[in-house]
Design a protein around this ligand. Sequence first.
Ligand SMILES: *[C@@H]1O[C@H](CO)[C@@H](O)[C@H](O)[C@H]1NC(C)=O
Ligand SMILES: *[C@@H]1O[C@H](CO)[C@@H](O)[C@H](O)[C@H]1NC(C)=O
Ligand SMILES: *[C@@H]1O[C@H](CO)[C@@H](O)[C@H](O)[C@H]1NC(C)=O
Ligand SMILES: *[C@@H]1O[C@H](CO)[C@@H](O)[C@H](O)[C@H]1NC(C)=O
Ligand SMILES: *[C@@H]1O[C@H](CO)[C@@H](O)[C@H](O)[C@H]1NC(C)=O
Ligand SMILES: *[C@@H]1O[C@H](CO)[C@@H](O)[C@H](O)[C@H]1NC(C)=O
Ligand SMILES: *[C@@H]1O[C@H](CO)[C@@H](O)[C@H](O)[C@H]1NC(C)=O
Length: 360
Amino acid sequence: MINLLCVALLSTSVLADAVTPGLEIAFSLERATQGISISANGRKFLSQRYSTTNSPQIVELLDDNSTVLYPDVAWNSYNASDSNSDPSLSFVDVDGARLGPDGRYWVVDGGTTGVNGSSKLVGVNLTTNSVDKLYYLEDIQGPYVGADDVRFSKDTEVAYLSDISNALMILNLTTGHGIRVLSNTTSSMPYSPIAYNGTWVPGSDGAGSFSWAGLDQIEVSPDGKYLYYQACSGGLYRIETKYLNAALHDPTLAANLEDYTTRFAFTPSTGGTTIDADGNIYVSDTQTLSIWKVTPEGYTSIILQDDRLLWTDLMWITADKKLWLPASQMRPGGDGLMAAGPNYIFTYPIDAGPSPIDHA
Ligand SMILES: *[C@@H]1O[C@H](CO)[C@@H](O)[C@H](O)[C@H]1NC(C)=O
Ligand SMILES: *[C@@H]1O[C@H](CO)[C@@H](O)[C@H](O)[C@H]1NC(C)=O
Ligand SMILES: *[C@@H]1O[C@H](CO)[C@@H](O)[C@H](O)[C@H]1NC(C)=O
Ligand SMILES: *[C@@H]1O[C@H](CO)[C@@H](O)[C@H](O)[C@H]1NC(C)=O
Ligand SMILES: *[C@@H]1O[C@H](CO)[C@@H](O)[C@H](O)[C@H]1NC(C)=O
Ligand SMILES: *[C@@H]1O[C@H](CO)[C@@H](O)[C@H](O)[C@H]1NC(C)=O
Ligand SMILES: *[C@@H]1O[C@H](CO)[C@@H](O)[C@H](O)[C@H]1NC(C)=O
């Protein structure tokens, strides 16, 4: 069974070991951690993907550095081999997980193709610590599951979900009505396989196959005007959110959204992104294990490189102008893409705090 409490292992000696100036180890955890979100009052939520066979889990990291399953055990107890396990009320394949501008903790469960109720967007109320928003994505997604991450419109009425099966999903959170757009278009499809530490990531179709992933990273500008998005292999595009929102009730526009997209910036094969209050996007480069900064004008630079930034994924920015970097330990090859650790979450100083419409 699932452990309720798993104590995070902390080795204080490593704290002084940071090689790259400014890069500090904030936490050293027992399990590989894909994402971190920190609430305005300091609560920390982690998504942990510590194996490719067990379902990822969500935990809250408590002040004594122990972790507790969040929002509860039941949501984190999915077992594909157990017919009594309910995929519609438990996390099947969490990928995106983050606090939204409304203060909820939102979990994107990509689910499993063919498993009814497994693909969903789950909203957890931090006051009651219970799920109070639940949107099933079956009717919106394509033939294959692919829901991967989520961002919100300025008024928090619309959720934008990336779909690594080459599309964007747009969801009216008031009604639950959603559409799937940009399907198999130039801007939603990968132009190359995913890259890692100098080479392509092998695929699951035998020797010589490669791993591909479509529309993955998304960000909304702090003024709510643009949605930035890219396939996992990089190449950042943007589109004005007014077209996305209007497409919810305009099928002709929905079918032609590609006409309103523009190439925005050159970016590399990416683990995750985040955006600051000034509109700078931080991109974790899985190829050179570095962090890129993309300005609102579309200029890119590498601000940080460190071999321990091993597949940095869902980053976070706090009001004290720190970028939080979980090194998720995704490592192609070997036994199921995971490295043995160490499972660090780093911080790095930046010039701005969080975007007001992105972080609670
Ligand atoms: C938790 O970990 C942090 C970071 O390593 C450390 O600063 C803090 O002292 C730890 N807290 C406890 C209660 O051990
Ligand atoms: C999952 O369910 C199967 C079948 O009931 C059971 O044998 C297995 O122990 C369960 N796994 C876990 C981790 O509980
Ligand atoms: C399963 O699929 C059916 C048909 O689409 C739908 O009516 C039902 O609500 C789904 N169940 C869950 C739990 O999503
Ligand atoms: C969370 O629940 C509390 C108590 O029911 C409620 O007051 C609050 O509005 C909820 N939060 C959100 C974001 O809806
Ligand atoms: C998109 O392309 C993929 C791969 O070529 C294909 O399997 C899928 O059916 C296409 N989807 C649509 C909606 O055309
Ligand atoms: C990256 O690849 C080089 C050799 O090509 C290897 O020495 C190094 O350990 C690798 N780094 C990581 C973090 O996998
Ligand atoms: C979402 O649905 C509500 C309720 O029908 C509607 O008032 C609102 O205009 C919709 N938003 C968008 C962006 O379509």
